[in-house]
Design a binder for this molecule. Structure first.
Ligand code: ADP
Ligand code: ADP
Length: 226
């Protein structure tokens, strides 16, 4: 099933910067797609358009037949960034439950979902900890858990593991692959400029060139390693 369709997509920022030029791409459900390219090639801009955080200048973008904003309203899209946006004064489990709370999910259901996703990332025993008492890898696991709590169809990850040491990054890569494999309907879009990481993780690599923000190739990788 087709999840995302981009047609003749252009993005020109207010200052005249051409971030994307004539991007045509479809993304099927269940893929793990890495966007690979040098800094400034438009990777984050594609994510912002998919998430409905920026308006396109020309062309079309649809997610499950909806506009990006509608898809985001339905919680079909979730984000994970490199810099953790965890609330420092809230415990791990409160951080994970917060998006559900803001959407009015009843408390019992929130707790259940939070326990489910904390188990997925191996942090059940740290539910009461504050973020500052966690390592970088653990904070990243909390961010992933929080994103998964709304059961998104599309998980957008913008260089999530870029600041982690090599060992931690490798375990998180493997954990993320396991989580993705458990849910055949979840699609992961993952920005990286680490070629090895892209090859290791993805079913498809979208290679982007620096100027003027074009997709230069879509490479099919058979299956990720593990
Ligand atoms: P990447 O994520 O691949 O590093 P971006 O999508 O962030 O690339 O940026 C693509 C281009 O658009 C760059 O030249 C960047 O400087 C420019 N750009 C990004 N955001 C803005 C903005 N809000 N206003 C103007 N130019 C921007
Ligand atoms: P409950 O109904 O679950 O008991 P609480 O009011 O005790 O909810 O809040 C649970 C956690 O969520 C607390 O740690 C609180 O600080 C945090 N929280 C609630 N609402 C917000 C908000 N709008 N912004 C930031 N943190 C919030």
């Amino acid at each position: 099933r087709q999840l995302v369709a981009m047609k003749e997509l252009d993005k020109v920022y207010g200052n005249g910067t051409v971030a994307l030029s004539d991007v045509n791409m479809t993304i099927n459900e269940g893929e793990f797609i890495c966007f690979l390219g040098p800094s400034g090639c438009g990777k984050s801009t594609i994510f912002k358009l998919i998430a409905g955080l920026e308006e396109r200048t020309r062309g079309d973008i649809e997610i499950l037949g909806m506009s990006p904003k509608e898809a985001r309203k339905q919680s079909d899209i979730a984000f994970v960034f490199q810099d953790h946006t965890l609330l420092p004064w809230c415990s791990v489990i409160d951080n994970v439950m917060l998006p559900l709370k803001l959407r009015g999910v009843p408390k019992q259901e929130r707790l259940q979902e939070a326990e489910r996703v904390l188990a997925l990332v191996g942090l059940s025993d740290h539910r009461k900890s504050l973020p500052r008492h966690l390592s970088g890898g653990m904070k990243m696991r909390v961010s992933i858990a929080r994103a998964l709590a709304s059961r998104p169809k599309l998980l957008l990850m913008d260089e999530p593991f870029g600041a982690l040491d090599e060992i931690t990054r490798q375990s998180l890569q493997d954990e993320l692959l396991k989580i993705w494999q458990q849910d055949p309907s979840m699609t992961v879009l993952f920005v990286t400029h680490n070629t090895f990481e892209a090859v290791y993780l993805s079913t498809q690599i979208v290679a982007m060139t620096a100027r003027p923000g074009r997709v230069s190739a879509v490479l099919n990788v058979d299956e990720p390693f593990p």
